[in-house]
Design a binder for this molecule. Structure first.
Ligand code: ZN
Length: 462
């Protein structure tokens, strides 16, 4: 009997010990995950830095993570694909630099922004909010204003929301070295080393002219001879008449673009190898682009002139310390970048922001389905777009609009021409469902209906 009591007492004691151990285990585990599940973003117990890399003209369709067949982005695929947050369906809100930048800085659609506003904004940009909150800000870009703060419209778009002393001129191929140097300088200052920073890293490595380093010019089984770089003029000439685009020339353009992308991927690999580990442990990394690039998919090469996926679909990749990898297929847009970055600094967005913070989906919390919208200038930017700096004109002229909800995409072109695509089964946008509207089921038609409403249109009459 005594041994039985001892057994029972022993069992109770063991149970209590196990319960206490379990309690502390749960406590410890919740402590470890609280950084990701609570209301505040913390990285290794301290406020996170954010490093936002914006690769001008980087189209998602050319990257392995997004299904491209060439080995253009082995490092990005591994770094973000295995350990990061992958947004499969992110859109830029326009298809060329000026409106796209202006849009994401103030989280509003390009058609509501005038060029003058970029320089003298009536509305608040996320940079303004960061500055107000005392976050250290640095922008690295090849485009910088002169000493009086004057620059052309593209430069204005890229840097207009930063103060002169927040910008560091940085050539494309040396840019990441400059960033590493800046970070190391900060680390040596014990006061600064504990304050969070926001770094904006903008480069034109994959933008035309396509001029990959010599050692990259034989990549991708290139049988074509490359006499030199492909210039913006080459691309412009290709667009002067749809039927004049020579498919072999377009293939040549694309291979050089892909070679440059591989070069960018290698630079990025070197960058993350050189960045101090403690900075990686305390920094959120975001990689995206202001628009993609076309290679004849819809009769154009380059960017800025059409609302199709090759120009709109951009990468949106995040690497967040102590956060599980996740793939998010819900469409989002660059309009959401500004509120997301503010959320990562635990800051609220101004009421004027139209984008939604992506902090919730990053934390594995679903967000409601959203309509995303992009606006572009048919045929590409016009000279007039650059001459209206002080005007109240929209930065988008000859506007064409694309809206997306889930797999459905509606395009409204000039002259009220409409196109509808099911991107799940027709990602190349080759079958305009408007032309076979009556063949869609009632469920499909009603799923597309919100897109027509978004553009103030009724459903098509069969
Ligand atoms: Zn651009």
């Amino acid at each position: 009997m005594k041994s039985k009591i001892q057994f029972i007492l022993g069992a109770i004691t063991s149970f209590i010990v196990v319960a206490i151990l379990l309690y502390f285990a749960v406590l410890l585990s919740s402590e470890q995950t609280r950084e990701n599940l609570g209301n505040r973003f913390l990285c290794s117990g301290q406020p996170c830095n954010v490093i936002f890399i914006l690769a001008d003209t980087l189209g998602a369709k050319h990257m392995g993570l997004y299904g491209f067949e060439r080995d253009t982005t082995p490092f990005i695929d591994k770094f973000f694909g295995e350990q990061g947050i992958v947004f499969l369906n992110a859109w830029s809100n326009s298809t060329w630099t000026l409106p796209s930048f202006a849009s994401f800085y103030i989280s509003q659609y390009p058609s509501s922004i005038t060029v003058g506003e970029i320089l003298k904004p009536k509305t608040i940009s996320f940079i303004d909010v960061l500055r107000e909150a005392g976050i250290r800000i640095r922008a690295f870009t090849p485009l910088v204003p002169d000493v009086e703060g004057i620059c052309d419209p593209i430069c204005l778009a890229a840097t207009g929301r930063f103060k002169l002393d927040e910008i560091i001129r940085s050539k494309d191929d040396l840019q990441f070295l400059d960033v590493v140097q800046w970070v190391q300088d900060q680390k040596q200052d014990s006061l600064l080393s504990k304050e969070p920073f926001f770094l904006f890293v903008h480069n034109f490595i994959v933008h035309s002219p396509y001029n990959p380093p010599e050692s990259y010019r034989t990549l991708f089984d290139a049988p074509l001879t490359y006499p030199g770089s492909v210039t913006g003029g080459d691309l412009w000439l290709s667009n002067t008449g749809k039927e004049n685009i020579n498919p072999q020339e377009v293939e040549r353009f694309q291979r050089q673009y892909d070679q440059e992308l591989r070069y960018f991927d290698d630079l990025l690999k070197d960058f993350f190898e050189q960045l101090p580990q403690e900075v990686l442990n305390t920094s959120i990394i975001i990689l995206s682009a202001d628009h993609g690039e076309a290679f004849g998919e819809h009769g154009r090469v380059g960017h800025g002139g059409s609302p199709y996926q090759e120009e709109l679909h951009v990468p949106l990749l995040m690497k967040i310390p102590q956060t599980q990898p996740r793939i998010i297929s819900q469409p989002v847009s660059l309009l959401d970048i500004a509120p997301t970055i503010l959320g990562m600094f635990n800051l609220n967005s101004p009421e004027s922001f139209l984008g939604k913070s992506l902090v919730s989906p990053v934390k594995d919390i679903d967000i409601p389905k959203m309509i995303v919208r992009a606006e572009t200038t048919r045929g590409g930017p016009l000279l007039a777009d650059f001459q209206n700096l002080d005007s109240t004109n929209s930065i988008i002229t000859n506007q064409e609009i694309a809206v997306r909800l889930g797999k459905w995409k509606l395009i409204k072109k000039l002259e009220e021409i409409l196109e509808v695509y099911n991107l799940d089964i027709d990602p190349g946008e080759q079958r305009n469902l408007i032309l076979q509207w009556s063949s869609l089921t009632k469920i499909e038609q009603s799923a597309i209906l919100p897109l027509f409403h978004e553009l103030g249109l009724g459903l098509p009459v069969p």
